[in-house]
Design a protein around this ligand. Structure first.
Ligand code: G3H
Ligand code: 13P
Ligand code: ZN
Length: 331
C-alpha cells in the first residue's frame, strides 16, 4: 500500500537546500543499508543539530529488502524524536536509474529521488528526468538530476574518465526538466580510488594530494543558474587514518585517494547544497571491524565489532558536519 513521506515524518529537500544555499553550508547525504549506519546517521546529525539526507541506492534497497528498508527508515525518524533530536530528515533515492524505481520509492515513503540519466544522451536524459519530475511533483517529492559523468562506478555503469558537466547545458536542462537540484561532475568520483597516484603530488608526510576540483566549471554553472542547488557526488575524503588502520590490520587498500576536506569546505560555501558521502563510512566500519578482529581474535559477538564501528561512524560524521560541510547547528 502506498504511503506518503509526510506521514512517516520525512521532509523533502526544498527548504533544506534553500537554507543551505543562504547559509553557505551543505547538507550531508549519508548512504545506509543497515541498522548501525542508521543509528550513526541519526545520532551524529542529532547531536550536531544538522539537517540530514539519508540516502539509499537501488543496491542497498535490494540488500536490505525494500519493505524492511521502509520501516527501518521510518524507525530512524521515530528514534530521532524519541532522543529529542529536532532535525529535518529526508529519505532520498540515490542514483535511481528508471522511472519505475523512482515511482516505487515515492510510493514507499521517499521524500526525494535522484533520477540519474547522465549515461544517456542529453535528449534521453531530459525525457527520463522530466517524466520522473512530473510524477514526483504531484506528491511534493523533490527530484535530483545529473549532467556530466563521474569517473568510477556509478551503480552498475563504469566510466573510465570523468566527463565534466558542460555549463552551456545546465540552464536548458533545469528549465526543460523542472528538477529541484542538479548533480554535476567537476572532478569527484565514486569509491576509494578517486585518483591514480601518478595524477597526484605528495605532501611533506608523503600523503598523496590529488589535483584540485574544477571550481572554474562550478562557478560557470552558478552564473548560468543563480541560486540553484548543486549536488556533489563522490565526495568522500578517503580519510587516511582509516585507510591506515585497515592496512595495518590485514587490509590491502593501496593508493586510495579521496577529495581533501578543504576542497569540500570550499564547495560547501558555494551553490553546492548536498554532499554525498558513502565510501568514508564504509572505510570507518571496515577499519574498526578489522581492528577488533585483529586485537581480539576470540571475539564472535557481532555487537562487539559492529558497536565500535557504529561509534566511530558517529565521530566521523559529526566531524564532517562540524568541520567540513558546516551543517552542524543548522537544523
Ligand atoms: O554512488 C554510489 C553509492 O556509493 C552507493 O553504492 O550502489 O554500492 O550501494 P552502492
Ligand atoms: P563516495 O564514494 O565518494 O562516498 O560517493 C558517494 C556517492 O556519491 C553516493 O551517491
Ligand atoms: Zn553518487
Amino acid at each position: 500500500m502506498a504511503v506518503s513521506y509526510k506521514d512517516l515524518g520525512f521532509v523533502n529537500t526544498k527548504e533544506m537546500f534553500k537554507k543551505a544555499f543562504d547559509g553557505k553550508y551543505a547538507i550531508p547525504a549519508y548512504n545506509f543499508n543497515n541498522m548501525e549506519q542508521i543509528q550513526a546517521i541519526i545520532t551524529a546529525c542529532g547531536k550536531s543539530k544538522s539537517p540530514v539526507i539519508m540516502q539509499v541506492s537501488s543496491g542497498a534497497r535490494k540488500y536490505a529488502n525494500p519493505i524492511l528498508l521502509r520501516y527501518m527508515a521510518q524507525g530512524a525518524v521515530a528514534m530521532a524524536r524519541d532522543a529529542g533530536y529536532d532535525i529535518p530528515v529526508a529519505l532520498h533515492l540515490d542514483h535511481g536509474d528508471t522511472y519505475e524505481l523512482c515511482v516505487s520509492c515515492i510510493e514507499s515513503g521517499f521524500s526525494s529521488v535522484m533520477i540519474d540519466g547522465s549515461h544517456h544522451s542529453y535528449e534521453k536524459n531530459i525525457e527520463l528526468t522530466s517524466k520522473v519530475v512530473e510524477y514526483a511533483h504531484k506528491y511534493d517529492v523533490t527530484v535530483e538530476g545529473e549532467l556530466g559523468v563521474l569517473a568510477g562506478i556509478e551503480d552498475d555503469v563504469q566510466a573510465a574518465k570523468s566527463i565534466y558537466t558542460q555549463p552551456e547545458q545546465v540552464e536548458d536542462f533545469v528549465k526543460k526538466t523542472g528538477v529541484d537540484s542538479l548533480a554535476i561532475s567537476i572532478g569527484t568520483s565514486h569509491g576509494a580510488y578517486k585518483f591514480k597516484p601518478e595524477q597526484c603530488t605528495k605532501d611533506e608526510n608523503g600523503v598523496l594530494v590529488p589535483p584540485p576540483l574544477r571550481f572554474d566549471i562550478l562557478e560557470e554553472i552558478e552564473k548560468r543558474i543563480p541560486g540553484f542547488p548543486i549536488v556533489l557526488h563522490g565526495a568522500s575524503s578517503v580519510l587516511p587514518e582509516y585507510v591506515e588502520i585497515i592496512n595495518s590490520n590485514g587490509g590491502k587498500l593501496k593508493a586510495a585517494v579521496g577529495i581533501p576536506s578543504e576542497q569540500l569546505r570550499k564547495a560547501a560555501k558555494s551553490a553546492v547544497c548536498k554532499i554525498n558521502i558513502d565510501s568514508d563510512g564504509r572505510l570507518v566500519m571496515t577499519a574498526m571491524i578489522r581492528k577488533v578482529f585483529q586485537d581480539k581474535p576470540d571475539e564472535f559477538d557481532p555487537r562487539k565489532y559492529l558497536g565500535p564501528a557504529r561509534d566511530e561512524l558517529i565521530k566521523m560524521m559529526m566531524e564532517k558536519n562540524e568541520k567540513v560541510l558546516g551543517s552542524a547547528g543548522n537544523a
